[in-house]
Design a protein around this ligand. Structure first.
Ligand code: GAL
Length: 732
C-alpha cells in the first residue's frame, strides 16, 4: 500500500534557521516595503534517514508549490527542476538513496525570471518566494496508480455513469499485469458500484453505469462522491481515493447553466496572498477564504486570478458549492518561444492537477489581459480541450474585438468610470457584448473583471467615497442581471493585495478589494452579501459612520442601506419612525435592491443643518412585514469594547488561525478613525505571524496565530484606553 508522510518539518533555511513548510522566504511589513527583498535565490535543506523497508519500493518527494524555478537535489545530485511557481512537482528518490542519512536540497529563485510566466513585464501582484505549500514523502509499489481523470458523461439522465481514465506509473518499465478495481462510494463511505479490469498496458479506462439515486453537485447541496482505485500487481498493491461530483456545466449565447438550470454567475477575483507571510498560509486560511467568499460575501463564483491556487482552497470550494474559474499564470505580457512553451505546459499542469474538482467550471487559457496571439492561443485551447472535453475554455482579455478561440468570451470590462477621463459616453456600467466582441452573432459571454483600479477605495476612506464605491458595484451587478447576453460578472476584487511599486497607492497595496487584506469587509462587501436570500441570512448595512461632518457639507444623505429586506424603518432622534422601500426603480434587475434614503424622506426640521445637535438613529429591516434586523447608531461614539474574534478556537496541528481585533463603540460599530495601536502577546505552543504592535485601520486589524505544538494558547490584546482582552485557543 502507498504511504504518504508529512515532509514539512525541520527544513534548514539558508543554512541558518530551522523552519516548517509552508514557508515564506522573506516576511514583509503590511505596506511600504521593497518588493525586491525576496527576488533572489534561497535554499532549503533537510536531512532524513532512509528506511530499509523502502527497498524494492518507489520513493518520491512531492512539493505542492515552490516559488520559483525550483531545483531539487539529493546528496548533491540534481534530480529535477520545476520553473512554474504554482503547480506541484515530484522528485523521484528511488535508486538515489543511500543507507542511513540523506540530504535533500531545494534551491529556489524568487527573482522575476523572464523565461517563465508570469514574468517578463510588470505584474500587478507579488510572487512571494518560498516553499510556500507543503511537501510529502511517498512510498509505493513499483507500479502504481498515476494520474486519473473522472468523468460523469450523462449527468442529467436518470441513470448516471462514471468513467475513469487511469495512467499507471511504471518508472522502472516493468512488464505490466494485474487488476485495477474502481469502487464508487458515497460521502459516508458506502460502496455503490464497482468494476475491475485486467492490466495490459499503462493506461486503462473503467466505467460504471446504470447508477441510480445519485445526488447532483450544486450550489446548495454540493454532493460529493469518492472513487476508490485499487491496483494489484505482482510487484505489490496500491490504492487511491479521489473525490468528485456529478454536475453539468454549459455556456450558451443565453448564458450559463448548472445542471441544466440557468444561473447568473456572481463572483469576485481572489489573490492567494495574505499580510506579512505572502502565499505561505496553510489549510485553515485557504479554507477560510472559500468560506468567506461563499458565506460572508454570498458569491456563487470565484476566479483564481491569476494562477492555480491552493488545493485546500479548491477542495473547500467543492465542499461548500462555490464555482471556480481557474487560470494559468500571467499578466498582460507574452514572452518568447521558451516562455510560451512553458505557458502551454502550465495549461497542462493546471488541468491535470485539478480536473476532478466539481467546483471548477471553466479553464482560463490566456494570459490575463494579453494581446491576441493566434498560434499561441490556438495551442493553449487545443491542449485544454484535448485534456478535458467536459469544461469550456475562456481567456481573459480587456481588448475589444479580440479573436474568439475559446468557448466563452471572457472580458474585463472597465468601462464604468471612463467618463471621468474625459470620455463623452454617459456613465455605463457594462457594454453590450456585441460592442465588445465586434461579432455579428451573440456568443457565450462573461465579465471577468470590473471595478478595481477605476475606483480604488480604502476601508478608511471617506464615507462618501465608499458610498460611490458601493454604487459602482451595485450598478454593474444590476446591469449584469439585466442583460441576458451576460452569463455573469466577477468583480475586481475580493481582498486588497500587495503589489509592485508600479501599481496601487504607493504603499505596495492595491486597495481594490471589497474586503481588506485581513478579509475584513468594507461597505462594498455588503453589495454582494445583500444579494443572498434573507432566509439564509439577513443583511442590513447602512453605508455610513453616522457622523454629522464626515461627508462634504455634512449629513449622511443620500444614505444607501445595503439589504435583502423588503423595506426599512429609520428613526432619527426624537422624530417619528419612517418606513422606506427599496430603490427598485433604480435597480430593477438586482435580486435585492438597496434602500436609498434621501432628502425627500425628511421634513426640513428633521433634516437639520450644520450647527444643530447630532442625534442617534435606529434602522430596522423588515421582510414580509416582520422585523428581522436592527442596527443602532450612537451620536457620541467612544471606544467601549476591544473585540477579539478568532475564526475558530481550535487550531489544527501546525496550522494558523485568523483573529480579528476591533475597537467598537457603545452600539457595537467599529470606530473607523481610531488610530491607537494595540499590543499582541501570544503564549503557549504558538507564534504570532506579523508584528506585535499594530495600528487599527478603519477600526480593526487582523492577525494569525500559528500553532507550533499541541496545547493551550493564550492571546492577549492590549490597548492603552481599555482593559486588555484575552482569549484562549487550543492547538491540536
Ligand atoms: C486588471 C488586471 C488585474 C488588476 C486590475 C486592477 O487590469 O487584470 O490583475 O490589475 O486590473 O483593477
Amino acid at each position: 500500500m502507498r504511504l504518504r508522510t508529512d515532509f514539512n518539518d525541520n527544513w534548514l533555511f539558508e543554512g541558518r534557521d530551522t523552519v516548517r513548510l509552508p514557508h515564506n522566504a522573506v516576511d514583509l511589513p503590511f505596506s511600504y516595503f521593497d518588493e525586491k527583498s525576496y527576488q533572489r535565490r534561497f535554499s532549503y535543506q533537510k536531512t532524513f534517514a532512509a528506511d530499509p523497508g523502502w527497498a524494492g519500493k518507489e520513493v518520491s518527494l512531492r512539493f505542492d508549490g515552490a516559488m520559483a524555478n525550483a531545483m531539487v537535489s539529493l546528496n548533491g545530485v540534481e534530480l529535477i527542476t520545476h520553473a512554474d511557481g504554482y503547480t506541484p512537482f515530484e522528485a523521484r528518490l528511488t535508486g538515489r538513496l543511500q543507507p542511513g542519512d540523506n540530504t535533500v536540497t531545494v534551491e529556489i529563485d524568487g527573482s522575476e525570471n523572464s523565461d517563465i510566466p508570469p514574468f517578463g513585464g510588470v505584474i500587478d501582484y507579488l510572487t512571494y518566494a518560498g516553499l510556500y505549500r507543503e511537501a510529502w514523502l511517498t512510498v509505493k509499489a513499483p507500479v502504481s496508480i498515476g494520474l486519473h481523470k473522472i468523468e460523469t458523461p450523462d449527468v442529467l439522465a436518470a441513470q448516471k455513469s462514471v468513467t475513469v481514465d487511469v495512467a499507471l506509473d511504471n518508472p522502472q518499465g516493468l512488464a505490466l499485469s494485474g487488476t485495477l478495481t474502481a469502487t464508487l462510494r458515497d460521502a459516508a463511505g458506502a460502496a455503490l458500484a464497482s468494476t475491475s479490469a485486467t492490466v495490459t498496458g499503462d493506461s486503462l479506462r473503467l466505467a460504471m453505469d446504470g447508477l441510480s439515486d445519485i445526488a447532483l453537485w450544486d450550489l446548495k447541496t454540493p454532493a460529493l462522491y469518492h472513487l476508490e482505485l485499487s491496483l494489484q500487481t505482482p510487484q505489490g498493491d496500491d490504492a487511491t481515493s479521489t473525490r468528485f461530483g456529478f454536475r453539468h456545466v454549459a455556456f450558451t449565447a443565453e448564458g450559463f447553466a448548472l445542471n441544466g438550470k440557468p444561473l447568473k454567475l456572481r463572483g469576485l477575483n481572489r489573490h492567494q496572498s495574505f499580510p506579512y507571510v505572502g502565499y505561505a498560509l496553510g489549510k485553515a486560511a485557504q479554507e477560510r477564504d472559500a468560506e468567506i467568499l461563499k458565506h460572508e460575501l454570498r458569491l456563487n463564483t470565484v476566479r483564481t486570478s491569476h494562477y492555480p491556487q491552493s488545493s485546500y482552497f479548491l477542495d473547500r470550494c467543492d465542499e461548500i458549492g462555490l464555482l471556480v474559474f481557474e487560470e494559468i499564470p500571467g499578466w498582460q505580457h507574452i514572452g518568447g518561444a521558451k516562455w510560451k512553451a512553458e505557458s502551454v505546459e502550465n495549461v497542462r499542469r493546471m488541468i491535470r492537477r485539478d480536473w476532478n474538482h466539481p467546483s471548477i467550471f471553466i479553464w482560463g487559457v490566456r494570459i490575463n489581459e494579453s494581446q491576441d496571439d493566434h498560434d499561441f492561443y490556438a495551442e493553449t485551447n487545443r491542449v485544454a480541450r484535448s485534456l478535458d472535453a467536459t469544461r469550456p475554455t475562456g481567456g481573459v482579455r480587456y481588448i475589444s474585438e479580440s479573436e474568439l478561440l475559446e468557448d466563452v468570451y471572457t472580458m474585463n470590462d472597465f468601462i464604468l468610470g471612463n467618463e471621468e477621463q474625459g470620455g463623452n459616453r454617459p456613465r455605463t456600467p457594462l457594454r453590450p457584448q456585441q460592442e465588445v466582441t465586434g461579432l455579428d452573432r451573440v456568443v457565450p459571454y462573461m465579465i471577468t473583471e470590473f471595478g478595481g483600479h477605476m475606483y480604488p477605495t480604502k476601508s478608511h476612506d471617506q464615507e462618501q467615497r465608499q458610498a460611490e464605491h458601493v454604487l459602482r458595484h451595485l450598478e454593474v451587478l444590476n446591469a449584469m442581471y439585466g442583460d441576458p447576453q451576460i452569463a455573469g460578472a466577477i468583480g475586481w476584487c475580493a481582498f486588497d493585495y500587495n503589489t509592485h511599486k508600479d501599481f496601487g497607492s504607493g504603499d505596495r497595496l492595491c486597495h481594490h478589494g471589497v474586503m481588506d487584506m485581513f478579509r475584513e469587509p468594507k461597505f462594498a462587501a455588503s453589495v454582494y452579501a445583500s444579494q443572498g436570500d434573507p432566509a439564509e441570512g439577513v443583511v442590513l448595512t447602512p453605508v455610513t459612520f453616522w457622523a454629522r461632518g464626515e461627508r462634504n457639507i455634512g449629513g449622511v444623505l443620500p444614505l444607501i442601506v445595503l439589504t435583502n429586506c423588503d423595506e426599512i424603518e429609520l428613526t432619527y432622534g426624537k422624530f417619528a419612525p419612517k418606513r422606506i422601500a427599496t430603490a427598485r426603480a433604480r435597480f430593477p434587475h438586482l435580486p435585492y435592491a438597496p434602500v436609498i434614503v434621501d432628502q425627500t424622506n425628511f421634513t426640513k426640521e428633521e433634516l437639520g443643518h450644520w450647527g444643530m445637535t447630532w442625534e442617534p438613529a435606529t434602522i430596522k429591516g423588515f421582510v414580509d412585514g416582520k422585523q428581522v434586523a436592527q442596527t443602532q447608531f450612537v451620536c457620541d461614539a467612544v471606544p467601549t469594547t476591544l473585540q477579539v474574534v478568532p475564526d475558530a478556537d481550535r487550531i489544527g496541528a501546525n496550522d494558523a488561525v485568523r483573529v480579528m481585533v476591533r475597537m467598537l463603540d457603545q452600539a457595537g460599530h467599529k470606530l473607523p478613525f481610531y488610530p491607537e495601536p494595540v499590543t499582541i502577546t501570544v503564549s503557549g505552543n504558538a507564534r504570532l505571524l506579523g508584528p506585535s504592535l499594530v495600528p487599527l485601520r478603519a477600526g480593526s486589524t487582523g492577525l494569525w496565530v500559528q500553532a507550533t505544538g499541541a496545547g493551550p494558547i493564550e492571546l492577549r490584546v492590549h490597548c492603552d484606553r481599555l482593559d486588555a482582552t484575552t482569549i484562549h485557543l487550543t492547538a491540536e
